[in-house]
Write a protein that binds this ligand. Structure first.
Ligand code: FUB
Length: 350
């Protein structure tokens, strides 16, 4: 029988091990949920005092059947989470605000965000008022991990959902908001609330410009708008507004703003086509030119994100429905975001 050369066998084993490692490194690593004890979604992440704070929705099972208006999303309170570093231990700061402690709110505490100014932390959140109309509320705390105390009334002139507050390098802060279908943005199309518009503007409006997210400069107190809400225009490469029928590119909900290399990046969810997209501009007000897809669909109907810089690297916080397999019981995740040399965001396939 032919004898094997020992050195040949060792070389073969090393080659297998090394190529095995190479395969492992190329295989995308599985991203784990950041929180497992409860369901969390819509993560808005910020770095405060060198720590990462996450402000998510707290999903619950309320046994309400699924519908196009998001009736199955019956969240009642918020938790805040923090981490010293990406990949580090996740600390739960407990319930920081409950709907029963918000004088004007009735139900559905959807996607929140947070901001800091002059020694105060602000938690911004949408909720339905006693008439069933979504408004944006604000609550304050002296600590980023709460607890937060709500203002007696919602922000004057606010409506719809998904507030995201961006503070520019010059200290000015802007609130972006809006969501169609369950987010009720379509009901404000004429400037007056119209309850009959359920999901969008309806048949015959497909070739009109898509409904826009809104933006307003915040007053110095961060509790009110300094001006009426304006449209956040998203244009195609030829400078024309995206149309209502352009479902894979038009704004649906989940606005976020970040600045990179002097440019403003407005990102959002396309809702019923389940994409996270972005558009680029030279002012926080826009107009923004559509650039591409940040992330292809995740498990679950909704997709919602935030983008934050931590120690020179950029991260995408998002959610999917891995833990429950149910659209309304989601879990938050984080992964690094990469760009090409022109600042274009590389598409992530989750
Ligand atoms: O969490 C409820 C709603 O689902 C959010 O407000 C939307 O952005 C979507 O994620």
């Amino acid at each position: 029988m032919r004898r094997f050369n020992k050195n040949l066998i060792i070389s073969f084993l090393i080659a297998v091990t090394v190529s095995g490692q190479a395969i492992c490194q190329k295989t995308p690593e599985k991203i784990k949920p950041l929180v497992e004890g409860i369901y969390t979604a819509d993560p808005s992440a910020h770095v405060f005092n060198g720590k990462i704070y996450i402000y998510p929705s707290h999903d619950v099972e309320a046994e309400v059947p699924q519908d196009d208006e998001g009736g199955h999303f019956q969240m009642r309170d918020y938790h805040v989470y923090s981490m010293d570093k990406i990949g580090g231990k996740v600390t739960d700061h407990g319930v920081v605000l409950d709907v029963k402690d918000v004088p004007w709110a009735d139900k559905q505490m959807w996607a929140p965000d947070a901001a800091y100014k002059n020694g105060t932390y602000f938690l911004y959140f949408p909720a339905k008022d006693k008439e069933g109309v979504f408004r944006i509320g604000v609550a304050t705390s002296k600590a980023p991990g709460g607890p937060f105390k709500a203002q007696a009334k919602p922000i004057e002139g606010s409506y719809s959902i998904d507030p995201a507050v961006f503070t520019d390098a010059n200290g000015k802060s802007y609130m972006y908001l809006g969501g169609i279908w369950g987010g009720q943005l379509q009901r404000w199309h004429t400037g007056v609330y119209n309850k009959t518009l359920k999901t969008d503007l309806g048949k015959g409006h497909e070739n009109e410009p898509a409904l826009s997210a809104k933006v307003a400069l915040m007053k110095e107190d961060m509790l009110s708008f300094a001006e009426p809400l304006r449209d956040v225009q998203i244009l195609d490469a030829t400078g024309k507004p995206l149309l209502a029928s352009d479902a894979s590119r038009r704004f649906f909900e989940g606005a976020w703003m970040h600045r990179f290399d002097g440019k403003y990046y407005f990102s959002y969810s396309t809702g019923d086509t389940h994409l996270l997209c972005y558009a680029e501009g030279t002012s926080p007000y826009g107009p923004f030119t559509y650039k591409g897809v940040i992330m292809t669909p995740v498990e679950g109907w909704t997709t919602h994100h935030s983008i934050v810089e931590v120690k020179g690297k950029w991260y995408l916080f998002y959610h999917d429905a891995e833990l429950s397999g149910k659209t309304h019981l989601r879990n938050i995740k984080v992964r690094e975001l990469f760009r090409d040399s022109n600042g274009n965001i590389k598409t992530i396939t989750p």
